[in-house]
Structures are given as C-alpha cells and as structure tokens.
Design a protein around this ligand. Structure first.
Ligand code: NIG
Length: 406
C-alpha cells in the first residue's frame, strides 16, 4: 500500500533540494513518488497509509559499499595484540580462510543474514559484500552463491591473499582462470588487494583486466598500509572505487580528482589497525568524490555501524555533517554505480529520473523515482549523530518502502 511519511523534522534529500524542514514523503511500490511540505501533499495520495515520523530527522539509508560479510570465526586475539603494539599485516586473512572454508554454506548464510539484520538496525539499506575468505575455487564459489542471495552487490575477491603454501603466480592464474569462470555468473564486481604482502601491481592488473574481460566492474583495495600503485591502477583501468586510500601522494589525489573513481574511506578500519585516518579534506578540497563504508570484516573492522563511521568522519576527519552524510549515502551509491543519472533518463523538467544507469531505482538520495530507503533517526536533527557519539540513533529503517528495523 502507498505510504505517506509525515511529521519529519528534517528531511535530508542529499540532492540539490538540500534539507527540508517539516517535510513529508510519499512512497509507492518501493519508490519515492513525491517529497515536500505536508500542507502540499497532492490529492492523488489521499489514500496513502500515514506513517508519523514523530518530528524526527530522516536521511537516505546508508549505502555500505565495502564489506567482507562472508566469513566465520573472529580474530580478537590478533586485535588485542595490535592494541598492545603489533602491526596489522595481510597474513591474518589466512586465519579467517580456515574458519570460512570449514563453515559450510548453511552457516555462512545464517551469519550473513544476521549481519544484514544488524546493518538494518544501524540504518544501512544497501549492502555490498566481497568474497575473499575462501581462496580456492570451491570456497569462493560457495561464498559468491551465498552472497548473491542476500546482498545488493557482490564482489569477487579471490585476489585477497595468496593462500599459505601456494605460489603467487600460480594462484593468480587460478584466480583469473577457473575461479573467475565459476564465480563470475554470481557477482557483478571484481576486486584485488593491491598492497605489500598481498598482490603487486602486475598481478593486480592481471586480475582486474581478466575481470573486465569477463564483464565485471572493477574495485581496488589500495594504499592502505603505505604508498603504492593501487590508486593509479584503479584510475587508469576505470575502477568504480579504490578503497582505503590512507597513503596518498599529490599525484594520487590529482588522479582521483580528475576521474570518476570514488575514493572510499573506511574509518572504523583505520582506528582498528591504527593507520592514519584518511585525509578527507585533502581529497574533498581537490574535488575527488569520496564515500564512507564500514569494511565489516573480522580482521580490521568488526563493525557494521555506519553511524560510528559517520561520527568519526565528522569528529576526526574534519568533514562537515553534510559531507559525511553524503559520503555514506550518495558517495556509496556512486562507488557502486547505483546513483541517479542526470543526463540520460532526465525528465522534461530537467529533474533526474531517480534511476541509476541500469534503470534501477537509485540509491543514496531521497528524490522522486529513487528507492524509498529511509533511515529515521531517534533525534530531531541529524547533527546528533556526531553530537551524541555512540548513542543509539537509529529509530527505524525502511528499505524499498518496507520496514526492516524498528
Ligand atoms: O579491507 N585489506 C584487506 N582486506 C580487509 C581485511 C581483511 C582481513 O584482515 O581479514 C580490509 O581491511
């Protein structure tokens, strides 16, 4: 049934319309039909069911564009050692590989469903997840099949780590050969951990080029633990996103600013690994498009809380509240190429169609035609996200017009 969300203290559209005070929104069939002042709701919507938001702030649901949700086990001991001074190293991935390989599809699916529910409880409505803890054809395929049943976007990350005992070149050949062939029907993206201790530039290029040839979109883990080729490679190959970006040269920043490759920041991971937080201002002021994501995984970021990530961005990365909200909504949508297109698909009045480039209801903005994915805060103003850090802030979460939390 059509719904009228009303009594909204502030509606953050994350569009040219900005933030509306005392607003209402009409949804039908999972899609936003109308946005405006409650006094001007068109008569066509008189039969809609009223949802009273109780003078609370409403934002687009968070778009979590970088997670590794298909895993079993945890690495609390590794974390504790890190807090006592050890460095993070990519090798820890092998510990999770063992636990994930032996979990079985049923348990991985149950864990994934629980993790998505926890995400809903924190206001997230769109989920990307990577494979990457199977690291052989059988387990990567299992992970991809499980993920494809629940996540919005699935990324093949066979090139997460060379599994212990394997030869790097032979393993890359397996990734770009039989593994890619088996996994690609279940995923839309390919990713590579281009970093010291994982895959070098040449290996990363091989993986990305093979994925592109198989029709997958490209994503890169880059520049997490030190300067490296990840950013430049991502930009040169037209990746939708390069993620981590903790260590950037001026040339990297320039390359990002003059490209469509989104720089995705993972602040919860940076705190957990004691890496420097990304210099968000440097990227934004240069004109790069930025996103914020949770990076939920057992090694470097065992949280799906986008509220926490946004709070950190405001308090510690000197982003304004508007910038942080945009990065965690529209920025994530751009990183997944799920944002509204503005040229093709434009309506006659010049407004966007609310559809993404593939004709799907867009994510990350509250505009007509976009998915009705709403995050209703338990606060009158969104600034409470940063003003009251760590407090329970998510009142309700709606995905495609259906309540999924609250
Ligand atoms: O994004 N950096 C690579 N992959 C994950 C960490 C994986 C792990 O340590 O388990 C990340 O941080």
């Amino acid at each position: 049934m059509m719904k009228l969300f009303t009594n909204i203290s502030e509606l953050r559209t994350v569009s040219d319309a900005g933030t509306l005070q005392n607003a209402a929104l009409v949804e039908d069939d999972g899609v936003i039909q109308w946005v405006g002042h409650p006094s001007f709701v068109p008569a066509d919507y008189a039969a809609a069911e009223t949802i009273d938001c109780g003078n609370r702030a409403v934002l687009p649901g968070w778009v979590d564009s970088h997670t590794h949700m298909i895993f079993d086990g945890n690495r609390a001991e590794e974390f504790e050692a890190r807090m006592a001074g050890s460095d993070y190293a990519a090798g820890g991935i092998a510990v999770t590989m063992e636990a994930t390989r032996s979990a079985g599809a049923q348990r991985l699916e149950q864990l994934l469903v629980e993790r998505i529910s926890a995400g809903h409880a924190g206001g997230t409505t769109t989920f990307e997840t990577k494979t990457g803890y199977g690291l052989n054809t059988e387990s990567e395929l299992e992970a991809a099949q499980v993920a494809a049943r629940h996540a919005d976007d699935v990324t093949f990350l066979g090139a997460h780590l060379v599994p212990p005992g394997a030869d790097a070149e032979e393993y890359v050949s397996e990734v770009v050969g039989p593994m890619l062939e088996q996994v690609s029907p279940h995923v839309s993206w390919i990713d590579v951990f281009c970093e010291r201790g994982a895959f070098n530039e040449e290996q990363s290029r091989r993986v990305l080029e093979a994925g592109k040839k198989a029709g997958l979109g490209l994503r890169v883990h880059g520049n997490q633990l030190g300067d490296g080729p990840g950013v430049q490679l991502a930009v040169a190959l037209g990746a939708a996103s390069v993620d981590h970006v903790n260590y950037l040269t001026d040339e990297d920043v320039q390359a990002l600013a003059s490209s469509d490759t989104v720089a995705t920041m993972l602040p919860a991971c940076d705190l957990s690994t004691r890496q420097p937080l990304v210099e968000a201002r440097r990227l934004i002021d240069a004109g790069a498009t930025v996103a914020i994501a949770s990076n939920l995984n057992p090694g470097t970021s065992f949280t799906s809380s986008m509220n926490y990530c946004v709070t950190t961005a405001v308090l510690q990365q000197y982003m304004s509240l508007d910038e942080a909200i945009e990065a965690a909504t529209l920025g994530g949508a751009k990183a997944l190429r799920r944002h509204a297109v503005t040229s093709e698909g434009a309506t006659s009045d010049g407004a966007t169609s609310g559809l993404d480039a593939q004709g799907r209801p867009a994510k990350g903005q509250l505009i007509v035609g976009a998915a009705c994915d709403l995050h209703i805060l338990d606060a009158e103003n969104a600034i409470n996200l940063a003003y009251r850090p760590g407090m329970p802030m998510t009142y309700q979460t709606w995905r495609a017009g259906e309540k999924v939390f609250g």
